[in-house]
Design a protein around this ligand. Sequence first.
Ligand code: PBG
Length: 327
Amino acid sequence: MVAFPDLRLRRLRGTETVRSLVRETRLAPADFAYPLFVTHGRDVRRPIEPMPGCHQFSLDLLLPEVTEVAGLGIPAVLLFGIPEEKDPLGSGAYAEHGIVQEAVRVIKQAVPQLWVITDVCLCEYTDHGHCGVLEGDGVDNDRTLALLARTALSQVQAGADMVAPSAMMDGQVKAIREALDREGFLGTPIMAYAAKYASAFYGPFRVAAESSPRFGDRRGYQMDPANVRMALREVALDIQEGADIVMVKPALAYLDVIARVKERFNHPVAAYNVSGEYAMVKAAAANGWLDEQRATLEVLTAIKRAGADFILTYHAKEAARWLRGEE
Ligand code: PBG
């Protein structure tokens, strides 16, 4: 066996040229999908305080934003909607002219090559803020399924390229697949939030999407952060139900989960670099405690190295710019 002093691993680290030759993981703008928040009203471009650089957009101001995203070489956006009114059944989620449905129409009309993914969940649309229909103090899984299927169908009818169920109801992928197939949308893929954890790192998102539960928390349906074998069961089940892409969420504190899912299954794996992960980097950078560009690209590289085929990230635009050598 060759060992030191004959073997010296530093030989491959001497210059950027050789480091680049042996680099195992490379990031590109094509690795990203950019989440966007759409809201009612006109002329709205409202900063989201805990997510510096991100905004809620009204439909009329969405176009410049998505044009910029596409121009940076980012292939996809993920849409979240903030409806004008909320109710117990989250009816804004599946309204034919709901905020997300209208946003899809606007984007597909103007930038048809951009891949539009819609989040399928009720939490932004229910007045109680939970991800499904309430039964007492809990969420009624089976009654929620029909509404999630209706939501996905209405989004696809509006032109969405892919739907991403995130409510963590058992059977949601199957219910959505059946609804899409019944209406002839056989070619529309489903990206399942397969292993979605009950995470404190969603905090800033809930400000952005105005979707905090009014009482209790989501631990009755989202996964316990302590579990990884359970995540593999969730992924296996979603694949069985027809998921085309499986997602792990959050990403940074769950790199082991990403790696295990990648190793075990042959489906494409997405990872969601969530709002709290974004906020941590932004806050530290704003204080001068981190080199923002290096920290951001390191985080994204780590998520890809762990096994993500692509990353849903609020850093997408700035990272794309850095990777393209702009700024
Ligand atoms: C909807 C949903 C959430 C996120 C994505 N879809 C919030 C939640 O489950 O509370 C979080 C995304 C993020 O934090 O960036 N259920």
